[in-house]
Design a protein around this ligand. Sequence first.
Ligand code: FAD
Length: 472
Amino acid sequence: MKGPSRRARGPKPTPRNARIAQRRADERGSPITFGEPGRTPKARKEPLHLPHVVIVGGGFGGLYAAKALRHAPVRITLLDRKNHHLFQPLLYQVATAGLNPAEIAAPIRRVLRDQRNVRVLLAEVTGVDPKERTVTSSAGTFGYDYLIVATGASHSYFGHEEWAAMAPGLKSLEDALEIRRRVLLAFEKAECCAPSQEERAAWLTFVIVGGGPTGVELAGTLAEVAHHTVANDFRVIDPTAARIVLVEGIDRVLPTYSALLSARAERQLQRLGVEVRTNARVTGIDAQGVQIGEERIAAKTVLWAAGVKASPLGQALGAPLDRAGRVKVSPDLSVPGHPEIFVIGDLAVLEQDGSPVPGLAPAAIQEARHTAKNIVRSIQGEERRPFRYLDKGTLATIGRNAAVADLGRLELSGFVAWLAWLLIHVFFLIGFRNRLLVLFDWAFSYLTYERSARLITGDGPKAAPAEPAPRR
Ligand SMILES: Cc1cc2nc3c(=O)[nH]c(=O)nc-3n(C[C@H](O)[C@H](O)[C@H](O)COP(=O)(O)OP(=O)(O)OC[C@H]3O[C@@H](n4cnc5c(N)ncnc54)[C@H](O)[C@@H]3O)c2cc1C
Protein backbone atom coordinates (compact mmCIF):
# COMPACT_ATOMS: atom_id res chain seq x y z
CA MET A 1 0.00 0.00 0.00
CA LYS A 2 1.19 3.51 -0.80
CA GLY A 3 2.23 5.50 2.31
CA PRO A 4 1.51 9.18 2.87
CA SER A 5 3.02 11.52 0.29
CA ARG A 6 6.30 13.37 0.95
CA ARG A 7 4.30 16.56 1.45
CA ALA A 8 2.12 14.97 4.08
CA ARG A 9 5.09 13.34 5.86
CA GLY A 10 6.87 16.67 6.10
CA PRO A 11 10.51 17.37 5.25
CA LYS A 12 13.17 14.60 5.03
CA PRO A 13 15.19 14.23 8.27
CA THR A 14 18.42 15.54 6.71
CA PRO A 15 20.94 17.61 8.76
CA ARG A 16 19.89 20.72 6.85
CA ASN A 17 16.24 20.19 7.62
CA ALA A 18 17.12 19.54 11.26
CA ARG A 19 18.90 22.90 11.36
CA ILE A 20 15.84 24.50 9.85
CA ALA A 21 13.58 22.85 12.41
CA GLN A 22 15.91 24.02 15.17
CA ARG A 23 15.77 27.53 13.85
CA ARG A 24 12.02 27.36 13.76
CA ALA A 25 11.94 26.28 17.37
CA ASP A 26 14.24 29.18 18.15
CA GLU A 27 11.78 31.62 16.71
CA ARG A 28 10.59 32.74 20.03
CA GLY A 29 6.89 32.34 20.35
CA SER A 30 6.15 32.79 16.66
CA PRO A 31 2.72 31.16 16.47
CA ILE A 32 2.87 30.61 12.75
CA THR A 33 6.13 30.34 10.89
CA PHE A 34 6.89 29.93 7.26
CA GLY A 35 7.40 26.28 6.45
CA GLU A 36 5.03 25.04 9.12
CA PRO A 37 3.42 21.70 8.20
CA GLY A 38 -0.16 22.13 7.21
CA ARG A 39 0.43 25.41 5.40
CA THR A 40 0.15 25.68 1.67
CA PRO A 41 2.90 24.06 -0.41
CA LYS A 42 4.10 27.50 -1.56
CA ALA A 43 4.46 28.71 2.00
CA ARG A 44 6.23 25.51 3.03
CA LYS A 45 8.90 26.17 0.44
CA GLU A 46 9.83 29.53 2.02
CA PRO A 47 13.50 29.31 2.97
CA LEU A 48 13.57 29.47 6.75
CA HIS A 49 17.24 30.35 6.99
CA LEU A 50 16.55 33.82 5.58
CA PRO A 51 16.47 36.70 8.06
CA HIS A 52 12.95 37.51 9.23
CA VAL A 53 11.89 41.15 8.78
CA VAL A 54 8.76 42.13 10.69
CA ILE A 55 7.08 45.32 9.48
CA VAL A 56 4.45 46.94 11.67
CA GLY A 57 2.10 49.19 9.71
CA GLY A 58 1.02 49.07 6.07
CA GLY A 59 0.87 52.84 5.52
CA PHE A 60 3.31 54.74 3.34
CA GLY A 61 6.32 53.69 5.43
CA GLY A 62 5.48 50.02 5.97
CA LEU A 63 4.05 49.24 2.56
CA TYR A 64 6.91 50.86 0.64
CA ALA A 65 9.47 49.14 2.89
CA ALA A 66 7.93 45.77 2.07
CA LYS A 67 7.95 46.59 -1.64
CA ALA A 68 11.54 47.78 -1.52
CA LEU A 69 12.56 44.43 0.00
CA ARG A 70 10.98 42.59 -2.91
CA HIS A 71 14.24 41.10 -4.20
CA ALA A 72 16.08 41.05 -0.87
CA PRO A 73 17.18 37.75 0.69
CA VAL A 74 14.65 38.06 3.53
CA ARG A 75 11.25 36.78 4.51
CA ILE A 76 8.84 39.47 5.62
CA THR A 77 5.81 39.54 7.88
CA LEU A 78 3.74 42.72 7.60
CA LEU A 79 1.23 43.36 10.38
CA ASP A 80 -1.49 46.00 10.21
CA ARG A 81 -4.62 46.44 12.27
CA LYS A 82 -6.48 47.50 9.13
CA ASN A 83 -6.71 45.35 6.02
CA HIS A 84 -6.12 48.34 3.76
CA HIS A 85 -3.45 50.82 2.83
CA LEU A 86 -4.96 54.29 3.03
CA PHE A 87 -4.04 57.25 0.86
CA GLN A 88 -4.47 59.85 3.59
CA PRO A 89 -3.86 62.92 1.40
CA LEU A 90 -7.28 62.37 -0.20
CA LEU A 91 -9.18 61.63 3.01
CA TYR A 92 -10.68 65.11 2.98
CA GLN A 93 -12.37 64.22 -0.32
CA VAL A 94 -14.16 61.31 1.35
CA ALA A 95 -15.03 63.57 4.30
CA THR A 96 -16.60 66.09 1.92
CA ALA A 97 -18.46 63.50 -0.19
CA GLY A 98 -16.28 63.90 -3.28
CA LEU A 99 -14.84 60.39 -3.33
CA ASN A 100 -15.87 56.97 -2.06
CA PRO A 101 -13.71 55.17 0.51
CA ALA A 102 -12.63 52.38 -1.85
CA GLU A 103 -11.21 54.95 -4.27
CA ILE A 104 -8.50 56.00 -1.85
CA ALA A 105 -7.73 52.69 -0.15
CA ALA A 106 -6.50 49.29 -1.31
CA PRO A 107 -6.30 45.94 0.51
CA ILE A 108 -2.69 45.47 1.59
CA ARG A 109 -2.96 41.77 0.81
CA ARG A 110 -3.90 42.55 -2.77
CA VAL A 111 -1.15 45.15 -3.23
CA LEU A 112 1.46 42.60 -2.14
CA ARG A 113 -0.07 39.44 -3.56
CA ASP A 114 2.61 38.91 -6.21
CA GLN A 115 5.46 39.45 -3.78
CA ARG A 116 6.24 35.94 -2.60
CA ASN A 117 8.59 36.84 0.25
CA VAL A 118 5.95 38.72 2.21
CA ARG A 119 3.14 37.50 4.39
CA VAL A 120 0.41 39.98 5.39
CA LEU A 121 -1.48 39.57 8.65
CA LEU A 122 -4.40 41.56 9.98
CA ALA A 123 -3.25 42.14 13.55
CA GLU A 124 -2.97 44.96 16.06
CA VAL A 125 0.50 45.15 17.54
CA THR A 126 0.42 45.79 21.26
CA GLY A 127 4.04 45.53 22.31
CA VAL A 128 7.66 45.10 21.34
CA ASP A 129 10.32 43.40 23.44
CA PRO A 130 13.63 44.66 22.05
CA LYS A 131 15.66 42.37 24.36
CA GLU A 132 13.84 39.22 23.30
CA ARG A 133 13.39 40.55 19.76
CA THR A 134 9.71 39.81 19.71
CA VAL A 135 6.57 41.66 18.68
CA THR A 136 3.31 40.95 20.46
CA SER A 137 0.08 41.28 18.53
CA SER A 138 -3.54 40.19 18.46
CA ALA A 139 -2.39 37.38 16.13
CA GLY A 140 0.31 36.14 18.51
CA THR A 141 3.98 36.82 19.14
CA PHE A 142 6.57 37.02 16.38
CA GLY A 143 10.33 36.78 16.54
CA TYR A 144 12.31 39.06 14.26
CA ASP A 145 15.84 39.61 13.00
CA TYR A 146 14.96 43.11 11.81
CA LEU A 147 11.97 45.16 12.85
CA ILE A 148 10.53 48.15 10.98
CA VAL A 149 7.97 50.13 12.98
CA ALA A 150 5.82 52.45 10.85
CA THR A 151 2.62 52.95 12.82
CA GLY A 152 2.28 56.66 12.06
CA ALA A 153 0.52 59.30 14.13
CA SER A 154 -2.97 60.45 15.06
CA HIS A 155 -4.47 63.74 16.22
CA SER A 156 -3.79 65.35 19.55
CA TYR A 157 -6.34 67.45 21.44
CA PHE A 158 -3.61 69.09 23.53
CA GLY A 159 -4.81 67.47 26.73
CA HIS A 160 -8.52 68.11 26.01
CA GLU A 161 -9.55 64.58 25.11
CA GLU A 162 -13.15 65.52 25.96
CA TRP A 163 -13.22 67.61 22.75
CA ALA A 164 -12.75 64.49 20.61
CA ALA A 165 -16.45 63.53 20.70
CA MET A 166 -17.54 67.02 19.61
CA ALA A 167 -14.79 67.71 17.08
CA PRO A 168 -13.70 64.63 15.12
CA GLY A 169 -10.28 64.65 13.49
CA LEU A 170 -9.37 63.23 10.11
CA LYS A 171 -7.02 60.27 10.10
CA SER A 172 -8.87 57.13 9.04
CA LEU A 173 -11.70 56.19 6.69
CA GLU A 174 -13.97 55.89 9.74
CA ASP A 175 -13.12 59.50 10.67
CA ALA A 176 -13.82 60.68 7.13
CA LEU A 177 -17.20 58.96 7.03
CA GLU A 178 -18.12 60.41 10.41
CA ILE A 179 -17.23 63.92 9.21
CA ARG A 180 -19.24 63.37 6.01
CA ARG A 181 -22.19 62.20 8.11
CA ARG A 182 -22.06 65.27 10.37
CA VAL A 183 -21.67 67.74 7.53
CA LEU A 184 -24.53 66.38 5.41
CA LEU A 185 -26.72 65.88 8.47
CA ALA A 186 -26.20 69.51 9.51
CA PHE A 187 -27.89 70.72 6.32
CA GLU A 188 -30.74 68.24 6.83
CA LYS A 189 -31.25 69.35 10.44
CA ALA A 190 -31.25 72.99 9.44
CA GLU A 191 -33.90 72.23 6.81
CA CYS A 192 -36.18 70.07 8.91
CA CYS A 193 -35.74 70.62 12.56
CA ALA A 194 -34.43 74.03 13.59
CA PRO A 195 -37.14 75.81 15.61
CA SER A 196 -35.44 79.23 15.56
CA GLN A 197 -33.28 81.35 13.32
CA GLU A 198 -30.39 81.02 15.78
CA GLU A 199 -30.64 77.25 15.80
CA ARG A 200 -30.73 77.17 12.01
CA ALA A 201 -27.67 79.41 11.85
CA ALA A 202 -25.85 77.12 14.30
CA TRP A 203 -26.59 74.09 12.08
CA LEU A 204 -25.27 76.06 9.12
CA THR A 205 -22.05 77.09 10.84
CA PHE A 206 -19.03 74.84 10.37
CA VAL A 207 -15.91 75.53 12.39
CA ILE A 208 -12.62 73.93 11.44
CA VAL A 209 -9.92 74.16 14.10
CA GLY A 210 -6.38 74.23 12.71
CA GLY A 211 -5.06 76.12 9.70
CA GLY A 212 -2.55 73.52 8.48
CA PRO A 213 -2.99 71.70 5.15
CA THR A 214 -5.83 69.47 6.40
CA GLY A 215 -7.82 72.37 7.91
CA VAL A 216 -7.32 74.49 4.81
CA GLU A 217 -8.46 71.79 2.38
CA LEU A 218 -11.45 70.88 4.56
CA ALA A 219 -12.52 74.52 4.86
CA GLY A 220 -12.11 75.29 1.14
CA THR A 221 -14.00 72.18 0.06
CA LEU A 222 -16.80 72.66 2.59
CA ALA A 223 -17.28 76.17 1.26
CA GLU A 224 -17.65 74.71 -2.21
CA VAL A 225 -20.17 72.12 -0.96
CA ALA A 226 -22.28 74.78 0.78
CA HIS A 227 -22.07 77.50 -1.83
CA HIS A 228 -22.37 75.36 -4.95
CA THR A 229 -23.02 71.62 -4.55
CA VAL A 230 -26.12 71.81 -2.34
CA ALA A 231 -27.03 75.42 -3.13
CA ASN A 232 -30.32 74.55 -4.86
CA ASP A 233 -31.25 71.35 -3.06
CA PHE A 234 -33.25 72.70 -0.12
CA ARG A 235 -36.56 74.53 0.19
CA VAL A 236 -36.42 76.17 3.64
CA ILE A 237 -32.78 76.98 4.12
CA ASP A 238 -30.34 78.84 1.93
CA PRO A 239 -27.15 76.75 2.04
CA THR A 240 -25.18 79.59 0.45
CA ALA A 241 -25.65 81.46 3.73
CA ALA A 242 -23.64 78.78 5.54
CA ARG A 243 -20.63 80.05 7.50
CA ILE A 244 -17.36 78.17 7.15
CA VAL A 245 -14.94 79.40 9.81
CA LEU A 246 -11.30 78.36 9.84
CA VAL A 247 -9.66 79.01 13.21
CA GLU A 248 -5.87 79.12 13.55
CA GLY A 249 -3.97 79.83 16.77
CA ILE A 250 -1.02 81.64 15.19
CA ASP A 251 -0.89 84.59 12.83
CA ARG A 252 -1.20 82.74 9.50
CA VAL A 253 -2.55 79.62 7.86
CA LEU A 254 -0.21 77.00 6.39
CA PRO A 255 2.59 77.97 8.77
CA THR A 256 5.10 75.52 7.23
CA TYR A 257 4.95 77.45 3.96
CA SER A 258 6.51 80.87 3.27
CA ALA A 259 4.69 83.97 4.50
CA LEU A 260 3.92 84.87 0.88
CA LEU A 261 2.23 81.52 0.15
CA SER A 262 0.35 81.69 3.48
CA ALA A 263 -1.03 85.09 2.51
CA ARG A 264 -2.01 83.81 -0.93
CA ALA A 265 -3.69 80.77 0.62
CA GLU A 266 -5.67 83.03 2.94
CA ARG A 267 -6.82 85.16 0.02
CA GLN A 268 -7.87 82.07 -1.96
CA LEU A 269 -9.82 80.79 1.04
CA GLN A 270 -11.62 84.09 1.39
CA ARG A 271 -12.47 84.04 -2.28
CA LEU A 272 -14.10 80.65 -1.75
CA GLY A 273 -16.18 82.14 1.07
CA VAL A 274 -14.23 80.92 4.11
CA GLU A 275 -13.90 83.18 7.17
CA VAL A 276 -10.29 82.90 8.25
CA ARG A 277 -9.64 83.65 11.93
CA THR A 278 -5.94 83.79 12.76
CA ASN A 279 -4.41 84.47 16.21
CA ALA A 280 -7.51 82.77 17.59
CA ARG A 281 -6.94 80.07 20.19
CA VAL A 282 -9.81 77.71 20.88
CA THR A 283 -10.39 77.47 24.64
CA GLY A 284 -13.50 75.33 24.68
CA ILE A 285 -15.62 73.09 22.48
CA ASP A 286 -19.04 71.69 23.30
CA ALA A 287 -22.05 70.36 21.40
CA GLN A 288 -23.32 73.92 20.77
CA GLY A 289 -20.17 75.61 19.57
CA VAL A 290 -16.66 76.86 20.08
CA GLN A 291 -15.19 79.26 22.61
CA ILE A 292 -12.30 81.47 21.52
CA GLY A 293 -11.34 83.36 24.66
CA GLU A 294 -14.30 85.66 25.35
CA GLU A 295 -15.89 85.05 21.98
CA ARG A 296 -18.45 82.36 21.31
CA ILE A 297 -19.22 80.86 17.88
CA ALA A 298 -22.47 78.91 17.88
CA ALA A 299 -21.85 75.90 15.64
CA LYS A 300 -23.23 72.39 15.59
CA THR A 301 -20.39 71.05 13.46
CA VAL A 302 -16.81 71.41 14.60
CA LEU A 303 -13.94 69.61 12.91
CA TRP A 304 -10.48 69.12 14.36
CA ALA A 305 -7.41 69.61 12.20
CA ALA A 306 -4.84 70.69 14.79
CA GLY A 307 -2.17 68.80 16.66
CA VAL A 308 -0.47 65.51 15.99
CA LYS A 309 0.61 62.81 18.41
CA ALA A 310 2.66 59.79 17.52
CA SER A 311 1.46 56.21 17.69
CA PRO A 312 1.80 54.86 21.26
CA LEU A 313 3.91 51.98 19.99
CA GLY A 314 6.95 54.28 20.06
CA GLN A 315 6.92 54.07 23.86
CA ALA A 316 7.29 50.30 23.74
CA LEU A 317 10.69 50.59 22.09
CA GLY A 318 12.37 52.13 25.12
CA ALA A 319 13.87 54.79 22.86
CA PRO A 320 14.10 58.55 23.45
CA LEU A 321 10.91 60.35 22.37
CA ASP A 322 10.13 63.97 21.56
CA ARG A 323 7.15 65.89 23.00
CA ALA A 324 4.76 64.50 20.39
CA GLY A 325 5.86 60.94 21.28
CA ARG A 326 7.92 60.48 18.12
CA VAL A 327 10.99 58.25 18.31
CA LYS A 328 14.29 60.10 18.02
CA VAL A 329 16.07 57.84 15.58
CA SER A 330 19.77 57.58 14.67
CA PRO A 331 20.91 58.91 11.29
CA ASP A 332 20.37 55.46 9.73
CA LEU A 333 16.77 55.52 11.11
CA SER A 334 17.47 52.80 13.66
CA VAL A 335 16.65 53.06 17.35
CA PRO A 336 19.71 54.11 19.39
CA GLY A 337 21.20 50.97 20.98
CA HIS A 338 19.10 48.67 18.77
CA PRO A 339 20.51 48.60 15.25
CA GLU A 340 18.05 45.84 14.31
CA ILE A 341 15.00 48.11 14.95
CA PHE A 342 14.08 50.85 12.51
CA VAL A 343 11.40 53.48 12.98
CA ILE A 344 10.19 55.33 9.89
CA GLY A 345 7.45 57.68 8.74
CA ASP A 346 5.39 59.88 11.04
CA LEU A 347 6.47 57.93 14.13
CA ALA A 348 10.13 58.90 13.64
CA VAL A 349 11.81 62.24 14.17
CA LEU A 350 15.19 63.05 12.64
CA GLU A 351 16.83 66.45 12.50
CA GLN A 352 18.29 67.41 9.16
CA ASP A 353 19.96 70.78 8.53
CA GLY A 354 18.43 72.17 11.71
CA SER A 355 14.83 71.13 11.13
CA PRO A 356 13.00 67.83 11.41
CA VAL A 357 12.26 65.72 8.36
CA PRO A 358 8.57 66.57 7.71
CA GLY A 359 5.71 64.20 8.48
CA LEU A 360 4.78 63.73 4.84
CA ALA A 361 4.16 60.77 2.58
CA PRO A 362 7.29 61.33 0.42
CA ALA A 363 9.47 61.39 3.55
CA ALA A 364 7.93 58.10 4.77
CA ILE A 365 8.47 56.53 1.33
CA GLN A 366 12.09 57.69 1.10
CA GLU A 367 12.77 56.43 4.61
CA ALA A 368 11.20 53.08 3.74
CA ARG A 369 13.38 52.61 0.68
CA HIS A 370 16.48 53.71 2.54
CA THR A 371 15.79 51.29 5.40
CA ALA A 372 15.31 48.42 2.97
CA LYS A 373 18.70 49.18 1.45
CA ASN A 374 20.33 49.40 4.86
CA ILE A 375 18.88 46.02 5.87
CA VAL A 376 20.34 44.44 2.74
CA ARG A 377 23.69 46.15 3.44
CA SER A 378 23.67 44.73 6.98
CA ILE A 379 22.89 41.23 5.73
CA GLN A 380 25.76 41.49 3.26
CA GLY A 381 28.13 42.71 5.99
CA GLU A 382 28.40 46.18 4.49
CA GLU A 383 28.29 49.48 6.34
CA ARG A 384 24.94 51.25 6.59
CA ARG A 385 24.40 54.72 5.21
CA PRO A 386 22.75 57.66 6.94
CA PHE A 387 19.37 58.78 5.64
CA ARG A 388 19.05 62.05 3.76
CA TYR A 389 15.63 63.45 2.91
CA LEU A 390 15.31 64.84 -0.59
CA ASP A 391 12.70 67.59 -0.51
CA LYS A 392 11.04 67.68 -3.91
CA GLY A 393 8.59 70.36 -2.81
CA THR A 394 5.27 70.50 -1.02
CA LEU A 395 1.79 71.31 -2.19
CA ALA A 396 -1.43 72.10 -0.38
CA THR A 397 -4.81 72.26 -2.05
CA ILE A 398 -7.43 74.78 -0.99
CA GLY A 399 -10.32 74.15 -3.33
CA ARG A 400 -11.32 74.44 -6.94
CA ASN A 401 -8.47 76.02 -8.94
CA ALA A 402 -6.87 77.01 -5.65
CA ALA A 403 -3.67 75.59 -4.18
CA VAL A 404 -0.16 76.59 -3.19
CA ALA A 405 3.09 74.86 -4.14
CA ASP A 406 6.52 75.36 -2.65
CA LEU A 407 9.00 73.87 -5.12
CA GLY A 408 12.18 75.28 -3.62
CA ARG A 409 13.10 78.29 -5.74
CA LEU A 410 9.69 78.30 -7.38
CA GLU A 411 6.53 79.20 -5.50
CA LEU A 412 3.21 78.73 -7.25
CA SER A 413 -0.39 79.40 -6.34
CA GLY A 414 -3.79 79.27 -7.96
CA PHE A 415 -4.75 77.11 -10.94
CA VAL A 416 -1.24 75.90 -11.91
CA ALA A 417 -0.51 74.76 -8.35
CA TRP A 418 -3.92 73.11 -8.16
CA LEU A 419 -3.34 71.21 -11.41
CA ALA A 420 0.11 70.08 -10.22
CA TRP A 421 -1.42 68.94 -6.91
CA LEU A 422 -4.13 67.01 -8.69
CA LEU A 423 -1.80 65.18 -11.11
CA ILE A 424 0.73 64.28 -8.42
CA HIS A 425 -1.93 62.89 -6.11
CA VAL A 426 -3.52 60.80 -8.81
CA PHE A 427 -0.09 59.49 -9.82
CA PHE A 428 0.73 58.33 -6.28
CA LEU A 429 -2.60 56.61 -5.67
CA ILE A 430 -2.24 52.86 -5.33
CA GLY A 431 -3.91 50.94 -8.16
CA PHE A 432 -4.76 51.78 -11.74
CA ARG A 433 -8.51 51.40 -11.08
CA ASN A 434 -8.39 53.93 -8.25
CA ARG A 435 -6.52 56.43 -10.41
CA LEU A 436 -9.08 56.09 -13.14
CA LEU A 437 -12.06 56.40 -10.78
CA VAL A 438 -10.63 59.41 -8.98
CA LEU A 439 -9.84 61.18 -12.25
CA PHE A 440 -13.35 60.48 -13.50
CA ASP A 441 -15.00 61.67 -10.25
CA TRP A 442 -12.91 64.84 -10.21
CA ALA A 443 -13.62 65.66 -13.83
CA PHE A 444 -17.35 65.14 -13.19
CA SER A 445 -17.23 67.23 -10.05
CA TYR A 446 -15.20 69.95 -11.75
CA LEU A 447 -17.72 70.31 -14.55
CA THR A 448 -20.90 70.01 -12.52
CA TYR A 449 -19.98 71.00 -8.90
CA GLU A 450 -21.70 67.72 -7.99
CA ARG A 451 -20.12 65.35 -5.45
CA SER A 452 -20.62 61.67 -6.03
CA ALA A 453 -20.79 60.35 -2.47
CA ARG A 454 -23.41 62.50 -0.73
CA LEU A 455 -24.65 59.73 1.51
CA ILE A 456 -25.46 59.92 5.20
CA THR A 457 -24.46 56.55 6.61
CA GLY A 458 -23.81 55.22 10.10
CA ASP A 459 -25.39 56.25 13.37
CA GLY A 460 -22.42 58.19 14.66
CA PRO A 461 -21.45 58.19 18.29
CA LYS A 462 -24.20 57.31 20.77
CA ALA A 463 -26.78 59.96 20.13
CA ALA A 464 -28.54 61.87 22.91
CA PRO A 465 -32.26 61.03 23.19
CA ALA A 466 -34.05 62.77 20.33
CA GLU A 467 -35.94 65.94 21.17
CA PRO A 468 -39.54 66.07 19.91
CA ALA A 469 -39.80 67.73 16.52
CA PRO A 470 -41.21 71.28 16.57
CA ARG A 471 -44.91 71.62 15.68
CA ARG A 472 -45.58 73.21 12.32
C1 FAD B 1 -5.79 64.08 6.51
C2 FAD B 1 -4.35 63.94 6.11
C3 FAD B 1 -3.90 64.55 4.95
C4 FAD B 1 -2.58 64.41 4.57
N1 FAD B 1 -2.16 65.03 3.41
C5 FAD B 1 -0.91 64.83 2.98
C6 FAD B 1 -0.48 65.38 1.73
O1 FAD B 1 -1.25 66.05 1.02
N2 FAD B 1 0.79 65.14 1.33
C7 FAD B 1 1.66 64.40 2.09
O2 FAD B 1 2.80 64.19 1.67
N3 FAD B 1 1.30 63.90 3.27
C8 FAD B 1 0.04 64.08 3.75
N4 FAD B 1 -0.34 63.55 4.94
C9 FAD B 1 0.66 62.89 5.78
C10 FAD B 1 0.93 61.48 5.31
O3 FAD B 1 -0.28 60.80 5.09
C11 FAD B 1 1.78 60.79 6.36
O4 FAD B 1 2.98 61.49 6.48
C12 FAD B 1 2.07 59.35 6.01
O5 FAD B 1 0.87 58.62 5.93
C13 FAD B 1 2.98 58.72 7.06
O6 FAD B 1 3.18 57.37 6.75
P1 FAD B 1 3.35 56.30 7.92
O7 FAD B 1 3.64 55.01 7.24
O8 FAD B 1 4.31 56.80 8.91
O9 FAD B 1 1.95 56.25 8.66
P2 FAD B 1 0.52 55.87 8.11
O10 FAD B 1 0.44 56.08 6.65
O11 FAD B 1 -0.42 56.59 8.99
O12 FAD B 1 0.40 54.31 8.36
C14 FAD B 1 0.38 53.76 9.64
C15 FAD B 1 -0.18 52.35 9.53
O13 FAD B 1 0.05 51.68 10.76
C16 FAD B 1 -1.11 50.98 11.13
N5 FAD B 1 -1.07 50.86 12.59
C17 FAD B 1 -1.06 51.86 13.50
N6 FAD B 1 -0.95 51.36 14.73
C18 FAD B 1 -0.90 50.01 14.59
C19 FAD B 1 -0.79 48.94 15.51
N7 FAD B 1 -0.69 49.15 16.82
N8 FAD B 1 -0.78 47.68 15.04
C20 FAD B 1 -0.88 47.44 13.70
N9 FAD B 1 -0.97 48.42 12.79
C21 FAD B 1 -0.97 49.69 13.23
C22 FAD B 1 -2.25 51.83 10.61
O14 FAD B 1 -3.42 51.05 10.44
C23 FAD B 1 -1.68 52.34 9.30
O15 FAD B 1 -1.98 51.48 8.22
C24 FAD B 1 -1.67 63.67 5.36
C25 FAD B 1 -2.13 63.06 6.53
C26 FAD B 1 -3.46 63.18 6.90
C27 FAD B 1 -3.94 62.51 8.16
